[in-house]
Design a protein around this ligand. Structure first.
Ligand SMILES: Cc1cc2nc3c(=O)[nH]c(=O)nc-3n(C[C@H](O)[C@H](O)[C@H](O)COP(=O)(O)OP(=O)(O)OC[C@H]3O[C@@H](n4cnc5c(N)ncnc54)[C@H](O)[C@@H]3O)c2cc1C
Length: 301
């Protein structure tokens, strides 16, 4: 964990010592030293301020893929979900601010007759988080963010704006260079790949939702898939199940009885509970199947 012992005068818009559990879908995490919800225009000066004062910055969308440390975060947390939410159509493009909720983007695209956004309907993250993660589906109708993005705007640590394409961020399976936290996505442009019949898009969207309801513990606080799919045809959940860990629990963190690659917070789970469970799963799967599972969730500490 970083330490920030020096006295630093923050800008007035910063809130201090804000509990972060409500900002994560796992409902886990200690307080942020500072938290701010800026507009796109306000962002560069805040990033510059943090850089100048050597304050660590954490970008947070909907917190649906992160585990926030119990001790909290000793820097500035920039939250996009409430203040960066503009969504519009520009000819054959959809332009979305980084805090736009993915199911809203999916519905907006469907109304505009854009095909290929249906997979976003059940991913409870933001445009910025999903681009940074290259979020998507691997089993049911495989697709990922990179397949629909044209280009995007970022703010660099010196406060400068830049427009980038996917070629510049080293896109991989559930990763991009944006995860290094050095560039903040402010706005993304999506291209119209092909026009679709509204009825066809609607039924494809409903099929995605039905598939999720069938397989996933959507009524529990989780962060979706805990581990990336290992190479080969079997998913991480299959290996976890083979190791006899379905339903296994440490503290208040439990391997979901519904889907073994998901970890449920039973009510008062700590980040330490989840981390111990993650390590235990990795060790047991390694011994049982000689597979090294790699976390998909990002650790914020
Ligand atoms: C019920 C459930 C279902 C899920 N299903 C899927 C699924 O099908 N497929 C899938 O891939 N994922 C899935 N997830 C995981 C998660 O929803 C996605 O990874 C999502 O895209 C993360 O978005 P977020 O806004 O919540 O990002 P966060 O969790 O807030 O952040 C994730 C990472 O992105 C970075 N980041 C966030 N915003 C920005 C920004 N503006 N600029 C630069 N970096 C940024 C953060 O710093 C962090 O490193 C699921 C999660 C849940 C809880």
């Amino acid at each position: 964990m970083h330490s920030l012992k020096r006295k630093v005068e923050p800008p007035l818009s910063f809130k201090e010592e804000v509990p972060l559990a409500p900002y994560s879908t796992w409902h886990i995490g200690g307080p942020a030293r500072w938290l701010v919800e800026p507009t796109v225009e306000e962002l560069p000066s805040l990033i510059k301020w943090a850089f100048h004062h050597d304050v660590p910055v954490y970008f947070l969308g909907r917190g649906s893929n992160i585990l926030i440390d119990d001790a909290g975060l000793p820097g500035l947390v920039v939250v996009t979900r409430n203040s960066m939410t503009e969504l519009r159509r520009e000819k054959d493009l959809i332009v979305a601010d980084s805090g736009v909720f993915l199911p809203h983007l999916s519905q907006f695209a469907a109304k505009a007759g854009f095909l290929g956004f249906e997979f976003l309907i059940g991913i409870p993250g933001t445009v910025g988080g999903a681009l940074a993660m290259n979020s998507g589906l691997t089993v049911f109708r495989p697709r990922e963010m990179a397949s629909i993005v044209k280009d995007f705007d970022v703010v660099n640590v010196d406060g400068s704006f830049e427009t980038l394409t996917l070629e510049e961020i080293n896109v991989g399976y559930r990763r991009t260079d944006l995860l290094s936290g050095k560039r903040f996505v402010t706005r993304v442009r999506f291209r119209l790949e092909s026009k679709g019949d509204p009825e066809e898009i609607r039924s494809s969207t409903l099929a995605h939702l039905a598939e999720r309801k069938r397989k996933q513990p959507l009524d529990k606080p989780t962060a979706g898939s805990t581990f990336k799919s290992p190479p080969g045809s079997k998913g991480a959940g299959w290996y976890i199940e083979q190791a006899g860990l379905k339903g296994f629990q440490i503290g208040q963190a439990k391997v979901s009885p519904r889907h073994a690659n998901w970890i449920e917070n039973l009510g008062n789970a700590t980040a330490a509970d989840v981390r111990s469970l993650i390590e235990h799963i990795q060790n047991r799967v390694k011994v049982h199947s000689d597979i090294q599972l790699e976390p998909e969730v990002i650790f914020f500490d």
